[in-house]
Ligand binder design. Structure first.
Ligand code: NDP
Length: 448
């Protein structure tokens, strides 16, 4: 049987077991497509059914999250934790609070997380969790009550030794603080059970910056292979949250010009570039005022495009930093036709499979999320180490370690993804590079 029909057969069985889980099936399809030929060449993975086991979560926890809003009305949300794989360390991965959250989205994120965490070289398994709760438009008191209720169930399933959640969309420093406070109260212990904590109570310097900075470090490594850099490049960034903000900061520092940012309602285009001062305004707008990106266009008198994404604009480099499936085939074609040479994914699975094909067929530099955005979880791993040894490292120390990790991930992608003509298929490289360590650990631990 050839590898295409083996792949189809495998996907048929996965689809039958995970009916309607579109995003999870999309992620499994993308990974298994590149892994199957490698597994055929290495029969130990086939005999041990690693692909079948790695696509089945070790544990899925779903729970009710009741809370009372400011007008005294009872609200009910659904909470989740997907404990996907613990072969190389405790489950590790963020919590997402967003109305679109469902089992499929969290399973795709947890599945990706397994490979990403392995690529960092740190001892972390993969997990993900969250809720369909929408922090947007809620008061601080409402967010606190929700977080306390969420943790009142989650606390019995996690610990610094078994499962260590962090932030993701809708879960930033404020939410982690409330979650940590409730965990500490319920368990009566002060441990590093969450990462992304405030610096006053066990957080790591550079953790807020890590995903955005790491993505730019990864893109920088990719550009170097073509004797290119960020200097004087026009950069399109989507999103305006944690990852987008710090990606923009680092691009500017390296001499690039960021001309777009977005949120779920539209994007802004600033041809002069979003410099340090304007970025400070974005940080105030998004992190303190919690306003909409359109307000930037009103303040600086630049273009705002409602209901669209930044990929319609001309840019040398694209950093999608908002959410999954935010670059479709059409937008990928526009990017390539406009001369884009590099796409580095700050978000998880932001490019659709059709968009990825466009990037690969045109042989542009394409850094998939599991490699390019691994900086966030890498520094979470460093936060766990600092908590365990009860020490704090300086900004410079953590940043240097982050840079080294991103360079190492880039090297792993080259090792497993370089093709005969010299083109580096980072998708293949990251999938195989992330898989090998987890798969070997699973074999060593027997059928568990
Ligand atoms: P934030 O909540 O801080 O910001 C998310 C940004 O994306 C906001 O601008 C938001 O706009 C926008 N966005 C969210 N959902 C949608 C949507 N459905 N359509 C359009 N825009 C949307 O999240 P992060 O910056 O932390 O996360 C961004 C991405 O990076 C996610 O894919 C996440 O999984 C990934 N990631 C994050 C890591 C981290 O350390 N935080 C680590 C690795 C990956 P709005 O405010 O209007 O909702």
């Amino acid at each position: 049987m050839n590898s295409t029909s083996t792949h189809q057969e495998f996907m048929n069985s996965i689809t039958a077991k995970n009916i309607g889980e579109t995003e999870f099936l999309q992620a499994v399809h993308e990974v298994s497509d590149t892994l199957l030929p490698f597994i055929e060449e290495n029969p130990k993975y086939k005999h041990n059914k690693i692909l079948e086991r790695i696509t089945e979560p070790e544990r899925v926890i779903i729970f009710r999250v009741p809370w009372v809003d400011d007008s005294g009305i009872v609200q009910i949300n659904r909470g989740y934790r997907i404990e996907m794989n613990s072969a190389i360390g405790p489950y590790k991965g963020g919590l997402r609070f967003h109305p679109t959250v469902n089992l499929s989205i969290l399973k795709f994120l947890a599945f990706e997380q397994v490979f990403k965490n392995s690529l960092t070289t740190l001892p972390m398994g993969g997990g993900k969790g969250g809720s369909d709760f929408d922090p947007k438009g809620k008061s601080d008191q409402e967010v606190m009550r929700f977080c306390q209720s969420f943790m009142t169930e989650l606390f019995r399933h996690i610990s610094h030794l078994t499962d260590v959640p962090a932030g993701d969309i809708g879960v930033g420093g404020r939410e982690i603080g409330y979650l940590f406070g409730q965990y500490k109260r319920l368990k009566n212990e002060f441990t590093g059970v969450l990462t992304g904590k405030g610096i006053e109570y066990g957080g790591s310097l550079i953790r807020p910056e890590a995903t955005g900075y790491g993505n730019v470090y990864f893109a920088h490594e990719m550009l170097k292979t073509k004797n290119e850099s960020f200097k004087d490049k026009i950069v399109l960034i989507s999103g305006s949250g944690n990852v987008a903000q710090f990606a923009a900061e680092k691009v500017t520092e390296l001499g690039g010009k960021v001309v777009t940012l977005s949120d779920s309602t539209g994007y802004i285009y600033d041809p002069e570039g979003i410099d340090r001062e304007k970025l400070e305004y974005i940080m105030y707008l998004k992190n303190i005022k919690r306003g909409r990106i359109k307000e930037y266009a009103d303040k600086y008198d630049v273009k705002y495009v409602d209901g669209k994404r930044p990929w319609l604009e001309k840019g040398d480099i694209a950093l999608p930093c908002a959410t999954q499936n935010e670059i479709n085939e059409e937008e990928a074609k526009i990017l390539v036709n406009n001369g884009c040479i590099c796409v580095s994914e700050g978000a998880n699975m932001p490019s659709t499979p059709e968009a990825i094909n466009i990037f690969l067929n045109h042989k542009i530099l394409f850094g998939p999320g599991k490699a390019a955005n691994a900086g966030g979880v890498a520094v979470s791993g460093l936060e766990m180490t600092q908590n365990a040894i009860k020490m704090n490292w300086s900004r410079e120390e953590v940043d240097a370690k982050l840079k080294t990790i991103m360079t190492d991930i880039h090297n792993t992608c080259i090792k497993y993804g370089k093709e005969a003509d010299g083109f580096v298929n980072y998708l293949k490289g990251s999938n195989i590079g992330g898989f090998v360590k987890v798969a070997d650990a699973m074999i060593a631990q027997g059928v568990v």
